[in-house]
Design a protein around this ligand. Structure first.
Ligand code: NAD
Length: 468
């Protein structure tokens, strides 16, 4: 099937127009997605509003149970969705690719079912009783990026539904098909209108922008770039929408002198290059103590040389192409600049099509664009330091604050450095590992609000204080 449909009010809607989605590994057509009009968006919001009261009135246990059922459905269709995801996103089917992403989606869906929203009693004495009730907000608009489209869709949808909201989701124009298919599958077990999907190529009409201004949407949960996050904040202001903004990162890793370079090379590599570096909380700057700098560079180069890149459907491939031309050109520009001012240890120039080899660059000046900007691709600057306080200051000298990591055998020392890093998540001897029970989100320009765990579920509610 090449033509995919939106799901609005439980019905398939083809839309008046459609746009093509191409495989970034081969350039071949994968399928066509509907190009929603503003009227389609209005219909989706109306369907979600129409379904809201009945859904919010469901017993809490019923909504908890549906999370388990969603995890089950994702499991049933995992292979089918994973293949589609590889075709439109480019990531490999195996390894840390599409099947891994579908496994994550199931795990997050299942875990969300175990969470609760119990009434909290803050006072109960002879002067009175005060209860805090967590109530659904209304229609939640979800806007997702192209890097982990299915998992991020589940991160948005599940807590929203679990808390009693209904949802309109809009995926990225680069990866709409896996979301269309996922929503279609989930609609087989959800009441009509509870979960709707609209897709758009962002050209003639920007449906994401229309969602953030839409008076029928009460909250936007957005994962994407800082620039788009800013626009959403501006247009959401008029309707006082609640917002969760998961934005870009420029995560630093700090490697202390007591590390064994060969032992940490694999962890450093995947901390930086998971999904070809197209991961918000991937390591995008690596600070290494002078005493082991060269040995860490050598160990990383040796590891990276053996990581196969290619078409994600080919067995054994561990990294695919960059997802789209715009991102490929951005990485190319940053690496071309870095090649002039630094020392390229591996890679350094674009390959065929949208492929770009793993690139490691040392000896860059502090203000090199590859260090200062979020590259969001397979290129990593390695920066030498001698003084730990200077490394911490350099790591923090970024507008972003999503994640960070410290690498050392001395966990106490690593922890004291980790706590000085200005970021929402910080890891010791690993980077970017996330889990459904641990809140995740950014500080500074990486956004605000948290996803996952009880804190993430709370983001999908309004608090009502009851004085008895
Ligand atoms: P993007 O901001 O270009 O697009 C994200 C989504 O926003 C897409 O669905 C797009 O269609 C939509 N959009 C475009 N213009 C809009 C507008 N004016 N109003 C509302 N929506 C609009 O981001 P991208 O290139 O798809 O994703 C890459 C970025 O996402 C990187 O910066 C990455 O770090 C970030 N990201 C962050 C997290 C996180 O959890 N913090 C996770 C994944 C990706």
């Amino acid at each position: 099937m090449l033509d995919y449909s939106m799901i609005i009010g439980g019905h398939s809607v083809a839309g008046q127009e459609s746009f093509a989605v191409h495989n970034p590994a081969t350039g071949e057509l994968v399928g066509r997605a509907p190009n929603a009009s503003l009227a389609d968006l209005d219909d989706a919001v109306a369907a979600a509003r129409g379904a809201f009261h009945a859904w919010a009135a469901q017993p809490d246990e019923a909504r908890a149970a549906i999370c388990g059922a969603i995890a089950g459905k994702l499991g049933e269709h995992a292979e089918d969705i994973a293949r589609l995801l590889t075709l439109e996103q480019g990531k490999p089917l195996g390894g840390l690719g599409s099947r891994f992403e579908l496994g994550g989606a199931q795990a997050w869906a299942g875990f969300t079912g175990t969470l609760g929203l119990p009434v909290k009693v803050v006072q109960d004495d002879n002067t009175g009783r005060v209860e805090l009730h967590r109530k659904p907000i209304g229609v939640v608009g979800s806007i997702t990026p192209w890097n982990w489209p299915v998992m991020i869709a589940i991160w948005h949808i599940l807590p929203a539904l679990r808390a009693g909201n209904t949802v309109v989701i809009k995926p990225s124009p680069f990866t709409p098909l896996s979301t269309l298919r996922t929503v279609e599958i989930l609609n087989t077990i959800l009441p009509k209108g509870v979960l709707n999907v609209v897709t758009s190529d962002d050209r003639s009409t920007n449906i994401g922008a229309a969602m953030s201004a839409h008076p029928g949407i009460a909250k936007i949960v957005f994962t994407g770039s800082c620039a788009t996050g800013e626009k959403i904040m501006q247009s959401a202001a008029r309707t006082m929408k609640r917002l969760t903004l998961e934005l870009g990162g420029n995560d630093a890793g700090i490697v202390l002198p007591d590390c064994d370079p060969a032992a940490i090379a694999e962890g450093l590599f995947w901390g930086a290059f998971i999904n070809n570096g197209q991961t918000c909380a991937a390591m995008k700057r690596l600070y290494v103590h002078d005493s082991i700098h060269d040995a860490v560079c050598d160990a990383l180069v040796a590891y990276a040389r053996n990581v196969p890149m290619g078409n994600g459907l080919t067995d054994g491939v561990a990294l695919g192409p960059i997802n789209n031309r715009m991102q490929h050109d951005k990485v190319s520009r940053l690496v071309a600049d870095a090649a002039c001012s630094g020392r390229v240890l591996l890679g350094g120039a674009p390959d065929e099509g949208l492929f770009f080899p793993v690139t490691l660059v040392a000896d860059l000046p502090d203000d090199a664009p590859l260090i200062v900007e979020e590259q969001f691709g397979p290129a990593l600057p390695i920066i030498r330091f001698t003084d730990t306080d200077e490394a911490i200051a350099a790591a923090n000298a970024s507008d972003n604050g999503l994640g960070g990591s410290v690498w050392s055998k001395d966990i106490g020392k690593a922890k004291s450095i980790a706590l000085q890093m200005e970021c929402g998540s910080v890891w010791i001897n690993k980077h970017g590992a996330i889990q459904p029970n641990a809140p995740f989100g950014g500080v500074k320009r990486s956004g605000f609000g948290r996803e996952f765990g009880e804190e993430g579920l709370f983001e999908m509610t309004d608090l009502q204080t009851l004085f008895c």
